[in-house]
Design a protein. Structure first.
Length: 294
């Protein structure tokens, strides 16, 4: 009998074609290798998820660029124009955007990722592939919005350079901190998605309750206000929230205002690693029974 790993067939003259189905190997390394083998499907699902945002709409792909403008305009007008919150000496629009951009990446990744199994269920039921691909691919729309926000941030910074003659954005190695915070934000979001996508597949109201929770979480994060507004003896309460240190570090890396909270960042990193490890275990342990409920 001819044997072929991973269900592949060996075709030799005079022999019967045989397919061998073998159990998937366990372990982190085996999972990583399997994800790499299916990387083209990961790209396909990511592109498909982004296209779902604007296909069938009257505005088409323009809608993908129009949607990010509304929260920036509303947030800048309400918190900067009406409430006149402090902004550590930089224009409030820039201050607000450097808080909203990483938060939006985190928030939208979770909201899109939570419904990933439902969104990809037609493919999941027909074809085998590592189920972890679905939550990873689901952050693609949030990543697309992030790139659009960064373009908007650059344009706003150039406007203030023309208007005030000051380049408020720091150009230098500190921008690497903002880049690292962006990657870390996606990592944190995935550690949450691995839990919420399973709950969403079993309880359809999960994402509706999650929307309200994420709004509450945003106000606990220094997106609209500077940490300097909080008395020093109470700032540890702000940094209990892991995203607070991420937003503060991103803003520091781009504008150079505020502080780089190294100790809170280290704590957030530890929490995220533990949450990711637990999330992978939870998702792997429940993926089969969850798929059956789709």
């Amino acid at each position: 009998m001819s044997r072929a790993s991973d269900g592949a067939a060996i075709d030799r003259p005079g022999e019967t074609e045989t397919w061998v189905i073998e159990p998937a190997r366990e372990g982190t390394a085996a999972r990583a290798i399997e994800l790499w083998r299916y990387r083209r499907l990961l790209w396909f699902l990511a592109v498909r998820t982004v296209k779902d945002l604007y296909e069938g709409t009257s505005l088409g792909i323009f809608w993908l660029f129009a949607r990010p403008l509304f929260p920036i305009l509303v947030g800048g007008f309400v918190f900067g124009g009406l409430l006149r919150l402090p902004s550590d000496g930089v224009p409030f629009v820039l201050f607000f955007m450097t808080g909203f951009v990483p938060w939006s990446l985190f928030d939208r990744s979770i909201l899109f990722g939570t419904k990933c199994l439902d969104q990809h269920k037609s493919l999941i039921k027909r074809l085998y592939f590592p189920r972890l691909i679905s939550p990873i691919a689901s952050v693609a729309p949030a990543a697309a919005y992030f790139l659009i926000y960064m373009v908007l941030l650059t344009l706003v910074a150039l406007f203030y350079l023309w208007k005030d003659g000051v380049l408020y954005v720091r150009v230098g190695p500190s921008l690497l901190v903002a880049l690292l915070m962006s990657v870390f934000t996606v990592f944190c979001a995935l550690s949450v998605i691995l839990w919420t996508c399973v709950f969403q597949a079993r309880h359809k109201e999960t994402r509706f309750g999650l929307r309200y929770f994420m709004q509450f979480w945003m106000y606990l994060t220094p997106v609209f206000y500077p940490i300097s507004l909080v008395p020093p003896e109470h700032r540890w309460l702000i940094f209990i929230n892991p995203m607070a240190s991420v937003v503060a570090a991103f803003r520091w890396g781009v504008l150079g205002v505020g502080e780089l909270p190294l100790l809170p960042l280290a704590t957030s990193f530890g929490i995220a690693v533990v949450a990711m490890a637990a999330g992978i275990w939870f998702f792997t342990a429940n993926e089969s029974s969850t798929i059956d409920r789709l």
